[in-house]
Unconditional design. Structure first.
Length: 247
């Protein structure tokens, strides 16, 4: 695929934009995801070091890949930081068209991956990969859940290997698969009957919601991490799962 066909996205742009890019036969690149050979310190051109690791990844990927166009969801379905980053990238990458959009899609796309039995890291990877397509989701059978993971796709997917295959996904990751990132009702949903880890990236505004929802759940653990999950964070999650009879 030529570089002229390479178009990047941040967050979940509206389906109308995804369908437009598919009609153009564009190669859609998700800048939120880690890219081989791209280091987070490449983001120093745009952002301070103490900042959300996901948005630092976006900046680093944009600086290294330099796509012709970047569509950034700057609405409530993403975050204020994305709107600021759009402004910064316009100055840092003058040859790139940085196009701000707001995903206000409200039609439910369904969340079969969130509910099915699958290794959680694979499940989250599939959810993230689905943002570049307008196709209907495949059908997956729902499993009986033993634990919940509420939150955003983490920068460090190795965190997810601590969870069993029978983990149900909630929070913004669930909104992402549903293609309705600006969906307060769905984001606040959790299952009070299963122990749940409420996760957010460090320095992310969603950490406040994670902590609040965890306070409403009788078996909850609220955690956050920056670039990678440290040994203490892993130990907390593992102990929580073991104490709740999940492992």
């Amino acid at each position: 695929m030529s570089e002229d066909k390479r178009v990047a996205i941040v967050g979940q742009p509206p389906l109308a934009i995804i369908r437009q890019l598919e009609a153009e036969q564009a190669e859609i690149i998700d800048l939120d995801m880690p890219m081989p050979g791209v280091r987070l310190d490449e983001a120093a051109l745009c952002l301070p070091k103490v900042y959300c690791a996901i948005l630092r990844a976006v900046a680093a990927n944009a600086v290294c890949l330099r796509p012709r166009r970047i569509y950034i969801d700057v609405g409530r379905g993403k975050c204020d930081g994305a709107a600021h980053l759009a402004t910064i990238l316009r100055h840092a990458l003058p040859e790139c068209a940085v196009i701000a959009c707001e995903n206000r899609d409200a039609k439910d796309f369904s969340t079969p991956r969130c509910l099915t039995e699958m290794p959680l890291a694979d499940k989250m990877q599939a959810i993230c990969a689905s943002v570049v397509s307008s196709a209907a989701h495949p059908l997956f059978p729902a499993c009986h859940p033993t634990v919940g993971f509420w939150g955003v796709p983490p920068r460090d997917f190795s965190l997810l290997t601590l969870f069993p295959d029978t983990t149900h996904v909630f929070g913004w990751a669930r909104c992402l698969e549903n293609k309705t990132p600006d969906n307060d009702r769905l984001e606040a949903l959790f299952d009070p009957e299963i122990p749940t880890v409420f996760f957010a990236q460090s320095f992310c505004a969603k950490s406040a919601l994670a902590r609040h929802l965890a306070s409403l759940h009788r078996r909850a653990l609220a955690v956050d991490s920056d670039e990678a999950v440290g040994s203490s964070g892993r130990a907390k999650i593992q102990a929580f799962l073991e104490l709740n009879g999940v492992l």
